[in-house]
Design a protein around this ligand. Structure first.
Ligand SMILES: Cc1cc2nc3c(=O)[nH]c(=O)nc-3n(C[C@H](O)[C@H](O)[C@H](O)COP(=O)(O)OP(=O)(O)OC[C@H]3O[C@@H](n4cnc5c(N)ncnc54)[C@H](O)[C@@H]3O)c2cc1C
Length: 388
């Protein structure tokens, strides 16, 4: 099964096709199966490599600020994540977080903020993080409590964030805090907090099943100049949602990349494993399993690139992106589980490619809106048409 076959689909332009084919060659050569114990060092190195090779220009918007184009191209982001995820989960993570962490600046930053951060993000010289979740505000993100009191020309941050990817290695964090211009979601603002700001600290690191830099953050009377507020006061929630709207479809693409790799590995194993006097692939039960895996992958790919294409046409894709994330992440989990089964005992040996995929995929069904949250988004959108 050729993992680049879908590039012929009408969702893409030739620049997308050339980009994906070139990145595939680069990733095969430079980052294939990169993993190891020191994820901080690996991620720093991956960000540098991705920056030096020019791939990170696609995660920032604005040619004047080091971006590949003036607006973020969702299909490029998705093709990049799918391709990188197929070769290395950590490379995909490093790429995606540069985009998610700087997305608010691309979408709503001042020219000064863009000039200071976006070119460095694009060159892989500054590492970005997106700090929204809190211990008591994950799915219910509008309940966040980290406070931002305005004191003259500064905001003073007090509170905690958790589950922050790149926590501990980031040079700056876009932090969403309650500035209380209004109640609920309208009283949240976004601030750029540099890692060496007094009053900011890493409260603890978090180990997860697919290791990558992840931390709890603590703010104690952390003074941030108002020039580092992204957007107007009270606009933070809207900016966070706009950022997630871009990147949610790319989570689907990453899941697709993991699933494609599992398919490749599973096919190769089925074709080479001898048992009962024939090959594993000769059994109809195996063929049915492979057929289901391939069909799940193609369904996820169609939904993912439909959402990406539609967003690039300037359309609202809230429902389509939610469908893509739901189908691709849940589907990838099934495909990867099937691949583990094809490998038998080998499939659960630590460090085996399908064992790593089995761990990599799990959190994608939780972050950037758990599956249940995507279901609610789709359901509400459908019911809107009934006037409810
Ligand atoms: C590896 C990883 C990386 C992350 N990186 C970041 C990051 O960089 N920045 C950041 O801000 N956050 C990050 N997160 C946080 C992530 O976005 C949250 O974990 C996620 O939003 C879920 O919040 P929670 O963990 O508090 O779970 P909860 O909100 O407690 O939800 C628990 C479960 O409840 C279910 N659920 C949720 N809503 C509903 C509902 N309405 N109806 C029924 N069931 C429901 C879902 O199954 C959900 O998994 C990361 C998380 C992980 C695991």
């Amino acid at each position: 099964m050729n993992p680049l076959e879908h590039l012929r689909w009408p969702f893409f332009d030739d620049r997308h096709r050339e980009f994906a084919a070139a990145l595939d060659i680069w990733a095969q050569r430079e980052v294939r199966d990169v993993h190891g114990a020191d994820v901080d060092a690996l991620c720093r190195q991956l960000v540098r490599q991705l920056g030096e090779a020019g791939w990170l220009r696609h995660v920032v918007g604005g040619i004047a600020f080091g971006g590949a184009a003036d607006a973020l191209d969702t299909r490029m982001l998705c093709l990049a994540r799918e391709t990188l995820a197929r070769h290395s989960g950590l490379a995909d993570f490093a790429f995606a977080m540069q985009g998610l962490g700087s997305g608010a600046i691309t979408l709503a930053g001042t020219p000064e903020q863009k000039t200071r951060w976006l070119p460095r993000v694009a060159r892989g010289e500054a590492i970005a993080a997106f700090a929204l979740s809190e211990p008591d505000a994950g799915s219910d993100v509008a309940a966040l409590q980290c406070a931002a009191h305005i004191d003259g020309d500064h905001a003073v941050l007090d509170g905690e964030k958790t589950w922050i990817s790149n926590g501990g290695i980031a040079d700056f964090y876009v932090v969403f805090a309650r500035s209380a211009e209004a109640a609920g979601a309208r009283g949240i603002s976004a601030f750029i907090v540099e890692a060496d700001t007094p009053g900011f600290e890493i409260a603890g690191r978090i180990d997860v099943i697919a290791p990558h830099p992840l931390a709890r953050l603590r703010f104690t009377h952390c003074r941030v100049p108002l020039t580092q507020r992204v957007g107007a006061g009270g606009e933070g929630f809207k900016i966070a949602m706009r950022t997630l709207d871009v990147f949610r479809t790319s989570v689907a693409a990453a899941a697709l990349g993991f699933a494609r790799r599992a398919m490749q590995e599973g096919l190769a194993r089925a074709a080479s494993r001898r048992m009962f006097g024939q090959m594993l692939a000769d059994f109809q039960l195996t063929q049915a399993r492979l057929a289901q895996m391939a069909t799940t992958i193609d369904s996820a790919a169609l939904l993912t690139y439909r959402a990406a294409w539609q967003r690039d046409q300037g359309e609202n894709v809230t429902r389509q992106a939610a469908m893509a994330k739901l189908a691709a992440t849940e589907g990838a989990q099934q495909v990867i589980d099937a691949a583990v089964q094809l490998f038998g005992g080998l499939g659960v040996v630590s460090g085996h490619p399908v064992e790593r995929l089995y761990r990599e995929i799990r959190s994608l069904r939780i972050y950037e809106g758990a599956t249940e949250v995507q279901q609610l988004i789709i359901g509400r959108d459908l019911l809107k048409a009934t006037g409810r």
